[in-house]
Design a protein around this ligand. Structure first.
Ligand SMILES: Cc1cc2nc3c(=O)[nH]c(=O)nc-3n(C[C@H](O)[C@H](O)[C@H](O)COP(=O)(O)OP(=O)(O)OC[C@H]3O[C@@H](n4cnc5c(N)ncnc54)[C@H](O)[C@@H]3O)c2cc1C
Length: 410
């Protein structure tokens, strides 16, 4: 069986390696457009490769995927993070699970994953062809003619795994597939507001956010919770990434304009917060200047900015703060409204939402429902996850499922 893997990234490699291990008669070629394969694995996780997430309940795991939940449930019931960890460890890579359940190579190096993949590829004589961009794929005699760099070769099976690549989506379209227009997911927000101006680097361990995306009058309200980071262009951190992922399509439609409402202390309801503020201002710190007070867990400089934005005079003693100012302060802590005016570039993980329509793929095998012997894996599909190892996990589960389907064909 001659198998062409178009795209030498995480999904394509994992499909190729597992197919080779199960099917000694497979002759596999990986076509890779870039000068080296697996370049996204190399830069992933800040160079450490967060290769999966230690969440072993398939249904709970799907909750981390804004798109593809239903399809992934069946994939994860067959190959999930526990299987990923076993796979890597059986192949000699020692892993570690961090406190937040992200899983990395114990050596903290993404190169270790690449070395492992290249070793297995060599062991099974998989042909890896860098700097070879596939230009056309034409169904022929139940298989495919693959054209790359002016040469045409015949294959029985084609695995399309071109990742985030407009020309890759064109190849899928040329084979009759529908592609939902890709838009970015997982990005920080551009926010210009005096409340956060100059406070870059300040973070809160837990905040809640509600995003009101006013695209065409119908505004989906999105909610999330997580750590929040103030950057020099606005806001970032897990909370913002979550909102950007769930709201990716609506935000793109609205030109990345939205209103963000933040609760900076979700652990305290409004009454408890008021009691605590009254206690501080009118009793324990009554004689102190407002500017010399603090309020855990809000970082000091943010606290001062919230006080100022509420109209309080930082030079005055706490006891003179009026009820109105306390009300305004509560508004700023529990219902802080900030204008989102754009999307900032992400320094961390970046993925796209959009891609090959999921209803056109049989998720029991990852085979196209339209073209026999054509398989899909990875970011080319309209599936994406949050940060934390979820995007690679989808690649591994899809790649493994392809290998099972091809084993059955042997
Ligand atoms: C900075 C960054 C950090 C990230 N960190 C993490 C992380 O820690 N954990 C996590 O889970 N996810 C992470 N991600 C997301 C993750 O990298 C992707 O979800 C994953 O790489 C997708 O794999 P893929 O195989 O679908 O695509 P890719 O890895 O993008 O591979 C596709 C390959 O196809 C090649 N190609 C495209 N067109 C052609 C063609 N016509 N012919 C031949 N080759 C072609 C491309 O050159 C590319 O090498 C990160 C992403 C970024 C950008």
């Amino acid at each position: 069986m001659r198998i062409a893997v178009v795209g030498g990234g995480a999904a394509g490699f994992f499909a190729a390696l597992n197919t080779a291990e199960k099917n000694r008669n497979a002759r596999i070629t990986i076509f890779e457009a870039a000068h080296k394969p697996l370049q996204k694995v190399f830069i992933s996780g800040g160079g450490r490769c967060n290769l999966t997430h230690a969440c072993f309940d398939p249904t709970r795991l799907t909750e981390f995927y804004p798109r593809g939940q239903q399809e992934l449930r069946s994939l994860f019931s067959r190959f999930q993070p526990r299987d990923t960890m076993t796979w890597f460890e059986n192949h000699g890579l020692i892993l570690k699970t961090e406190e937040d359940n992200r899983v990395f190579p114990a050596c903290d190096s993404s190169q270790a994953v690449i070395d492992l993949f290249m070793d297995v590829a060599e062991k099974y004589r998989i042909r890896v062809r860098p700097q070879t961009r596939v230009e056309h794929i034409t169904p022929s005699n139940g298989g495919f003619e693959i054209q790359a760099q002016g040469k045409t070769e015949q294959f029985d099976v084609c695995i399309l795994s071109t990742g985030y690549s407009p020309p890759g989506w064109k190849l899928a379209e040329s084979l009759g597939h529908t592609v939902t227009p890709p838009v970015p997911s997982l990005f920080p927000f551009t926010v210009k507001s005096p409340v956060i101006a100059g406070l870059q680097g300040i973070s809160l361990p837990v905040a809640q956010g509600k995003l009101d995306v006013a695209a065409d009058g119908k505004s989906p309200k999105l909610q999330a919770e997580g750590a929040l980071l103030i950057t020099h262009t606005g806001l970032s951190g897990p909370l913002i990434y979550r909102l950007s992922a769930w709201g990716a399509q609506a935000l793109a439609k609205a030109g990345y304009k939205a209103t963000l409402q933040l609760d900076l202390i979700p652990a305290l309801d409004e009454t408890s917060l008021r009691d605590k503020l009254n206690q501080i201002f009118l009793h324990t710190e009554a004689k102190k200047k407002l500017g010399n007070t603090g309020f855990d867990p809000i970082p000091h400089r943010l606290w001062l900015s919230l006080l100022a934005a509420s109209g309080a005079n930082l030079e005055e003693r706490c006891e003179v703060i009026g009820k109105k100012s306390i009300n305004r302060l509560i508004e700023h802590i529990k219902y802080l409204k900030l204008p989102v005016s754009g999307k900032s570039p992400s320094k961390e993980e970046f993925v796209s939402c959009g891609g090959v329509a999921l209803k056109e793929v049989d998720f029991k095998t990852m085979q196209s429902r339209l073209v026999p012997n054509l398989y899909f894996g990875g970011e080319i599909l309209n599936i994406d996850g949050l940060t934390g190892g979820f995007n690679f996990q989808a690649c591994w589960s899809e790649g493994w499922t392809i290998s099972e389907a091809l084993k059955a064909q042997n």
